[in-house]
Design a protein around this ligand. Structure first.
Ligand code: FAD
Ligand code: NAD
Length: 479
């Protein structure tokens, strides 16, 4: 007889492991099937995010930033460090240690919550049956009252630059360079291109980013994006917009890339090339022919706003489904489906999912951009205040960037918050809370913010929407 579970989750990334833990908390007999083998050769939970995504990239971003500061900024503080030494090996080992600590932590949480971690591959069949092929041993068919599909995503390949993980790499390979490439090419000026491009630029690479689209960060508020482009260019990222890669030819230790841009045919040789042109849902092997779930035109599993697929009792979450491919979105969908299964009132507020690019300065946003609001035709107001007017930012030597609010003119409701600057990833949460609570900008204007703090720029930007900011010169509104 096949084993029966209340909930089987396929995929142990941030969506899947969270769904499994929450389902177990709610009293369900739960299994999570995960097939990942980590770089040490061991089965691992945590998905893309913990193993080869959010966490290792942030570890390298933090290490490389410290190196950059020691090299460029310490002297301003009167700190001399002598000749700087880069021990890349130690830097990479530190990253690996953090990954192991966190992924091991998920395994502990599974034990504590009595979630069965089934190590191997899962495939959904009809009638909520799941074929489980263990890493070792025979295939078995499991049954479940509910199945949660959480298989995540994989990098998109482009035929003009095939990844070999040696010379031409994807994001996973870009976390593992054993020496700093002298000349590094990046295809795609999206989140991964900018974050990993920054890591290697800080460590000494000469970085060229080739972006097909003419607009820099088109999803980001363009006032913020333009300033970000200026800052990144100043840091040495050579970003080419409207650049279409037409081919690449590898040699033993380099790759010659051809591309076209406004200036015609171009050619450049790099020691390493990162391909970061987006990710696609990972459905290979996940669904048997009779599984019955519908895919949309872009191969995402089709779900409603509570992540139900077309098959009753089967849910899909995270990078497998519509919406931004972000760990925190996957996490909240994981919580939501477990609570939907339990019949609880629950939701994800898709209008208040923040986005962050962990460059320096960081870029972070939530809600609508000015361009989106303008297009809607509704009257709106904005308030923009630079960090250069903030004492704490100046004291820290972090005065680049700004906070911007976009506000509904009629209702005074906050529609969007956009930040380029120090700790933008933390500051943007104030915008998330404002959107979630339906705050008016006056609510923020009337709050007391600690001094000196970076958050004071949030306060000033709120005041600036009504020409009331104190520390910037604003044109007064006529009575
Ligand atoms: P995943 O994390 O991809 O997990 C899915 C898991 O399912 C995988 O481990 C896979 O092995 C397993 N699996 C797939 N098919 C099967 C099967 N048939 N049987 C068993 N197991 C299966 N997001 C952020 O919010 N912040 C960041 O800072 C950030 N940084 C990133 C940096 C990089 C370099 C990358 C690549 C991504 C980053 N992301 C970040 C995106 C984030 O990693 C994803 O949005 C998130 O991991 C999606 O979670 P998920 O649970 O849907 O899928
Ligand atoms: P992305 O969608 O952010 O950026 C891809 C970029 O590549 C786009 O600007 C696109 O126009 C460009 N592009 C596409 N095809 C191209 C081509 N042939 N030539 C040149 N440019 C091309 O994708 P990504 O950077 O690969 O990241 C994938 C996903 O991972 C993101 O959607 C994001 O959700 C997630 N992620 C998030 C974080 C974070 O939250 N900080 C960090 C890394 C990754």
């Amino acid at each position: 007889m096949s084993e029966k579970y209340d909930v089987i989750v396929i995929g142990g990334g941030p969506g899947g492991y969270v769904a499994a833990i929450r389902a177990a908390q709610l009293g369900y007999k739960t299994a999570c099937i995960e097939k990942r083998i980590n770089k040490q050769g061991d089965p691992a939970l945590g998905g893309t995010c913990l193993n080869v995504g959010c966490i290792p990239s942030k570890a390298l971003l933090d290490s490389s930033w410290k190196y950059h500061e020691a090299e460029e900024a310490f002297a301003d503080h009167g700190i001399g460090v002598g000749k700087l030494n880069l021990d890349l090996d130690t830097m990479l080992q530190r990253k690996d240690k953090i990954v192991l600590q966190l992924t091991g932590g998920i395994a502990q949480l599974f034990k504590a919550n009595k979630v069965d971690w089934l190590q191997g591959t899962g495939q959904l069949k009809a009638n909520k049956q799941v074929v489980f092929k263990p890493l070792e041993g025979d295939e078995q068919t499991l049954e479940a009252e509910n199945v949660v599909l959480a298989a995540g995503s994989v990098p998109i390949d482009i035929p003009v630059a095939e990844v070999d993980q040696q010379i031409i790499v994807d994001s996973t390979g870009a976390l593992e360079f054993t020496s700093v490439p002298k000349k590094l090419g990046v295809i795609g000026a999206g989140v991964i291109g900018l974050e990993l491009g920054s890591v290697w630029a800080r460590l000494g690479s000469q970085v060229t980013v080739l972006e097909a689209v003419d607009t820099f960060l088109p999803a980001v508020d363009q006032q913020v994006a333009k300033e970000a482009m200026k800052q990144f260019t100043k840091q040495g990222l050579d970003i080419h917009l409207g650049a279409r890669v037409t081919g690449s030819k590898k040699n033993k230790n380099s790759v010659r890339v051809t591309y076209t841009d406004g200036g015609g045919e171009q050619e450049e040789t790099f020691d390493r090339l990162i391909v970061a042109v987006g990710r696609r849902p990972y459905t290979e092997g996940l669904l048997s022919q009779d599984a019955g779930v519908t895919l949309d035109e872009r191969n995402f599993i089709y779900v409603d706003n509570q992540c139900r697929t077309d098959v009753p009792g089967v849910y899909a979450i995270g990078d497998l489904v519509r919406g931004p491919a972000l760990a925190h979105k996957a996490i909240e969908e994981g919580v939501m489906v477990a609570e939907v299964i339990a019949g609880e009132h629950t939701q994800v507020n898709y209008d208040a999912v923040p986005g962050v690019i962990y460059t320096h300065p960081e870029v972070a946003w939530v809600g609508k951009t000015e361009e989106e609001v303008k297009e809607s035709g509704e009257p709106y107001k904005t308030g923009v205040v630079p960090f250069a007017a903030n004492g704490r930012a100046l004291a820290a030597g972090e005065s680049a960037g700004m906070v911007k609010f976009v506000v509904d003119e009629k209702s005074d409701r906050v529609l969007g918050m956009h930040v380029l600057g120090p700790q933008a990833s933390e500051l943007v949460q104030q915008g998330v809370i404002s959107l979630e609570f339906g705050a008016s900008i006056e609510d923020l204007q009337l709050m007391v913010f600690g001094h000196p703090s970076l958050s004071e720029t949030v306060h000033e930007a709120a005041l600036a929407t009504d020409y009331k900011a104190i520390h910037v010169a604003q044109r007064r509104r006529k009575k």
